[in-house]
Design a protein around this ligand. Structure first.
Ligand SMILES: Cc1cc2nc3c(=O)[nH]c(=O)nc-3n(C[C@H](O)[C@H](O)[C@H](O)COP(=O)(O)O)c2cc1C
Length: 170
């Protein structure tokens, strides 16, 4: 069994590319198993103690479509005892008042279902008005902005993954 399950949705491929980079950085397929959320069954989450959740924000503060279709299913899943890390892609210039909202919405739901959030990330280096993904002054996970700051994504992923390795204990 892999140590980490990465569950993601992506409409135009940016979150999927980020997911692949995160998988590589963590050690590849032997360490991280990828699951596209449109093809997931509830029992898939049972296989892992360590989870990574990836979701972009779409349609002005909404979940990406496949995550939107799955969101209510999360009510049926027990995440207690699991460490859960989140990442999102968004556009802090075009959608400054809703930057990364989807990451915050999913984190809130999974936390209600018992998950322990790891991988918090500083808001330094971003400019936006508001975000549901900010709690206690930090992002609940890694915020990537491929629309405006794609040149920073590599470095951000490397730094975040190093943090995750320590927090997951892998
Ligand atoms: C119609 C539209 C609405 C969007 N709404 C938001 C939003 O509310 N907040 C945000 O941070 N990004 C928003 N974005 C930017 C996307 O989240 C961003 O391009 C993301 O990387 C797309 O991910 P994907 O390629 O994995 O689907 C929006 C983009 C489009 C085209």
């Amino acid at each position: 069994m892999s140590k980490i399950g990465l569950f993601y949705g992506s409409t135009t491929g940016k979150t999927e590319s980020a997911a692949e980079m995160i998988q590589q950085e963590l050690g590849g397929e032997d360490v991280v198993t990828m699951h596209e959320i449109s093809e997931v069954e509830d029992s898939d989450f049972d296989d892992y103690e360590n989870l990574i959740i990836g979701c972009p924000t779409w349609d002005i503060g909404e979940l990406q479509a496949d995550w939107g279709g799955y969101y209510d299913e999360l009510d049926n899943i027990d995440f207690s005892g699991k460490k859960v890390a989140y990442f999102g892609t968004g556009d802090q210039v075009g959608y400054s008042e809703n930057f990364q909202d989807a990451m915050g919405m999913i984190e809130e739901k999974i936390s209600e279902q018992g998950g322990t959030t790891v991988g918090h990330w500083s808001t330094d280096g971003y400019e936006f008005e508001s975000s549901k993904a900010v709690k206690s002054g930090k992002f609940v996970g890694l915020a990537l902005d491929e629309d405006n700051q794609s040149e920073l994504s590599d470095e951000r992923i490397k730094k975040w993954v190093a943090q995750l390795k320590s927090e997951f204990g892998v």
